[in-house]
Design a protein around this ligand. Structure first.
Ligand SMILES: Cc1ncc(COP(=O)(O)O)c(C=O)c1O
Length: 376
């Protein structure tokens, strides 16, 4: 063992022994996609690609943004896209970040301050937890979607209180009880923050998300939208009131100390939302596939996994079982990936199935029947 690397080599070997050592692999394009977050097929859309390339050709701008938004990285295009997004999402203002990961870091590391409290759902994405760890505020998880546990913790909270949830949970596919969370946040004068990573584009008019669909915009303090999933491109934004956005422009280190997204990226965001406006059929087709899958799958699933979102979960328990079942499915032509511990809790290892608007009815039926034969 190389002496300099001995400690980290040991840790990697331990992972290999537990069956959860990660490595990078290429996607087998021959398999039917049931694992990407490209829920509406925009990442593979020739129509959107041509639209982006045509508009890019006419753009008199630099290739790269050349600096932070606070220095040379700002542009008329960036501010135009942000004001279009704010209008779409129903908020005063919007700020674009390089990714959903940095958007959450950017928000939670700077808005909640010393003496404040962040209460986040225990199943929140790593970037919500990492952002909260960077904050000087105290942070505490509450049990997943458990309003009674949240209320107990609200009673113990100090300073300004931030409640954080995901509209659709990334590894579970279930929904946050958004209306009840609004009521509870109002009762305790807390600010509710919703991450719409897996609902952007899929729900709401023109892809404006679940908060908008449920008409809760006025009651939710800030929303994080990401563009690397159903929108088929890359990047993210935070929508809120103008003061919050001004504050982040001044204090949010993941926004300030990084090169701004390129003009191509801003243009892609603009074109992807325009494309969606003209293709409302995509979200409808996705919903049809979700309902075919749910009607056909016989594998017993706890009620919270009977979701009407694009993310469907089948618990297998154990890394080895999750890996062997996904391998069997891949041999049958379905690209389904296992989600292993420690990404999810031990005992809750699973298959995470992503349904798409472009999956044919026969493909969805085929996968559900394969799961029935492997797991029932
Ligand atoms: C709930 C949630 N928030 C944020 C992110 C990060 O977004 P991005 O991939 O754009 O960094 C993810 C990514 O999987 C996510 O699931």
């Amino acid at each position: 063992m190389d002496k300099k690397n001995s400690r980290i080599e040991e840790q990697l070997s331990k992972r290999a022994l537990l069956g959860n050592k990660r490595s990078l692999s290429l996607v087998d394009k021959k398999l039917i996609d049931f694992s990407s977050n490209d829920y509406l097929g925009l990442a593979r859309s020739e129509g959107l690609k041509n639209q982006i390339l045509n508009s890019y050709e006419n753009l008199a701008d630099k290739n790269g943004s050349t600096g932070s938004r606070l220095l040379t990285g700002n542009s008329a295009l960036a501010t135009e896209v942000e004001s279009e997004l704010a209008k779409l999402f129903g908020y005063d203002a919007c700020l674009v970040f390089n990714s959903g990961y940095t958007a959450n870091l950017g928000f939670f590391s700077c808005l909640p301050q010393r003496g404040d409290t962040i209460l986040y759902d225990e199943l929140s994405h790593a970037c919500i937890k990492d952002g909260s760890r960077l904050s000087l505020a105290k942070s505490m998880p509450f049990k997943h979607n458990d309003l009674a546990d949240l209320e107990r913790k609200l009673k113990l909270s100090e300073g300004e209180i931030y409640i954080v949830c995901e509209a659709v949970y990334s590894m579970d596919g279930d929904f946050a009880p958004l209306k009840a969370l609004c009521e509870l946040s109002e009762k305790y004068n807390a600010k509710l923050i919703v991450d719409e990573a897996h609902s952007t584009g899929v729900f709401g008019k023109n892809g404006a998300g679940l908060v908008a669909e449920l008409e809760l915009t006025q009651r939710v303090y800030a929303v994080i939208f990401t563009f690397g999933k159903a929108m088929g491109i890359h990047g993210a934004c935070i929508a809120s009131n103008q003061t919050v956005i001004d504050y982040m422009i001044n204090y949010s280190r993941p926004f300030i100390y990084t090169t701004a997204p390129s003009p191509f990226e801003f243009l892609s965001i603009q074109q992807a939302f325009q494309f969606l406006t003209h293709h409302p059929d995509l979200a409808i087709r996705l919903k049809e596939n979700i309902s075919i899958f749910n009607q056909t799958l016989e594998t017993q699933r706890p009620p919270r996994y009977l979701s009407t979102s694009a993310v469907q979960v089948v618990i297998t328990s154990g890394n080895l079982k999750a890996k062997s079942t996904s391998k069997q499915l891949q041999e049958m032509g379905f690209d389904v990936r296992p989600i292993l511990s420690p990404t999810v809790k031990e005992g809750e290892e699973r298959l995470r199935i992503c349904l798409h608007s472009f999956n044919s009815k026969n493909e969805v039926l085929g996968l559900a029947h394969a799961l029935n034969s492997l797991l029932c």
